[in-house]
Design a protein around this ligand. Structure first.
Ligand SMILES: C[S@@+](CC[C@H](N)C(=O)[O-])C[C@H]1O[C@@H](n2cnc3c(N)ncnc32)[C@H](O)[C@@H]1O
Length: 342
């Protein structure tokens, strides 16, 4: 999935830090797992992984793919290929009423609804697939692994038919070509190497004191853009909790998913608290030179908690630019590494 701050292109650099500067690491925490791409790389490399994100849909993606060690068999459901079954589902074949279809009712233009996030057929399809998965679970026809596998497949498919320029903070005012494709679920990637991978859906502050590992990989937000508003519809598809929504974009409330890493006056304390709470030997923090915290400040915080001579900063000149006024500034990706004093 295309994800703000996604680290697909930094995977090799992250792995190089671990290979070159650590000893005896077998368990890693990916405390801000987002799209789950880094957790899956860690698992693929044979590490035992704890993934976490306070967005539920991010949790769903990790729980329904990387956390599994085999593709679910859906024995009890008695449907040969449930993903295929859901792809072919039509509202006429179900007893679902349009009035219960939350995505259609709020995010597809009809009657007095103006929001243009989905074409009508895709909105209804998302709803009936989501409602069917929930019904199967309520009837105990699928277990938790099977439930999250199907949900991960649905959540990952939604962006491909959404009428957005990457995020859900706004919809486009004309229909993008991709919205005319019918939504198509694919089987999530399952890594079958039997490495342990467990996912959580908590604030880092509450989770870190309860877990321990050899290394913490922390990829927090780096600017003031909160994540939930940019992904609110994926969150609602994942939760399907008929939330109260408001405004032009139909935003759900996100008091509980407001990150201190996105608030200038709180970000330093947020970093300190995360480092202090981490029961680990090594810490790697992903950040960049455009972050709310300057390179000097974050380096000095890391050094304060680091065993003597263990801190270093690796900068990666990735081909990415930020337009600030008329000038184009190069974004430098950063990996802060240190061994934590304990
Ligand atoms: C830069 S993204 C991580 C991207 C991820 N490494 C990837 O490659 O896809 C930061 C993530 O941190 C999550 N987040 C922000 N503040 C958080 C907090 N206090 N506790 C838990 N998760 C948080 C956001 O929801 C977002 O998914």
């Amino acid at each position: 999935m295309r994800y703000i701050g996604g680290k697909r292109y930094l995977l090799d650099s992250i792995m190089a830090e671990i290979n070159n500067y650590t000893k005896n690491v077998s368990a890693i925490v990916d405390i801000f797992s987002g799209s789950g791409i880094v957790s899956s790389k860690f698992k693929e490399a044979g590490y035992s992984v704890i993934g976490n994100d306070f967005l539920y849909f991010a949790y769903v993606i990790g729980r329904g793919s990387t956390a599994l060690n085999k593709v679910p068999t859906f024995k009890k459901l008695g449907v040969d290929n449930p993903i295929n079954y859901l792809n072919l589902l039509k509202i006429e074949d179900t007893d679902i009423s349009l009035k219960d279809c939350f995505i259609y009712q709020n995010y597809s233009p009809h009657d007095d609804v103006e929001r243009m996030y989905f074409q009508e057929n895709n909105a209804i399809k998302i709803d009936i697939i989501r409602i069917t998965i929930e019904k199967w679970r309520k009837q105990s026809l699928i277990d938790d692994d099977e439930y999250f596998y199907l949900l991960a497949s649905l959540v990952s498919a939604v962006p491909y038919v959404s009428n957005i320029a990457g995020v859900y903070g706004a919809y486009l005012k004309h229909w993008d070509a991709r919205t005319y494709n019918e939504i198509y679920l694919k089987p999530p990637d399952v890594i079958t190497n039997n490495a342990n991978a467990k996912f959580y859906n908590e604030n880092c502050d509450t989770l870190l004191p309860k877990i321990s590992a050899d290394l913490l990989y922390a990829d927090p937000p780096y600017n003031s853009r909160q994540y939930l508003p940019n992904y609110h519809i994926l969150e609602t598809v994942a939760r399907y909790d008929y939330p109260k929504i408001r405004g032009v974009t139909g935003m759900r409330d996100y008091k509980e998913q407001h990150s201190d890493f996105c608030v200038s006056k709180n970000v330093e304390t947020a970093f300190r608290s995360m480092i202090e709470k981490a029961n680990v030997k090594y810490i790697i923090i992903s950040y960049n030179n455009e972050g709310l915290l300057s390179t000097e400040t974050l380096s000095s915080i890391c050094s304060e908690y680091a065993v003597t001579n263990s801190f270093h900063l690796t900068e990666i000149n990735y081909r990415r630019y930020n337009n600030i006024g008329a000038t184009k500034r190069k974004v430098v990706e950063q990996l802060y590494f240190f061994e934590k004093i304990r």
